[in-house]
Design a protein. Structure first.
Length: 94
């Protein structure tokens, strides 16, 4: 298996538990995904966490930011998700 999340910086994360960001969400593929007639490849082995400002809100309890959640417990909060999305740039060989 290949996971570009291995190349993320230590303070990156897709979820926040208390004061710690953790990489929970990943994109994983088998090596056979890349072994085709026109191989799919990554220019850089990178995965990005999409942390646009509208996806975050201030974390008054533990400091910094946290994902802008849809629900807090059973109460509708109006956000997007308690996880941040991930992005992976792939290219196909000519």
């Amino acid at each position: 298996m290949v996971s570009p999340a291995l190349y993320l910086s230590g303070d990156a994360g897709t979820i926040k538990y208390r004061h710690l960001w953790q990489v929970f969400d990943q994109i994983m593929v088998s090596r056979s995904f890349f072994e085709t007639e026109r191989p799919i490849f990554m220019e850089k082995p990178e995965m990005r966490i999409i942390d646009f400002p509208f996806l975050l809100e201030r974390d008054d309890k533990f400091g910094g930011d946290q994902p802008f959640r849809t629900y807090v417990g059973m109460r509708y909060h109006g956000g997007y998700s308690d996880h941040l999305p991930v992005w992976w740039n792939l290219k196909r060989a000519p």
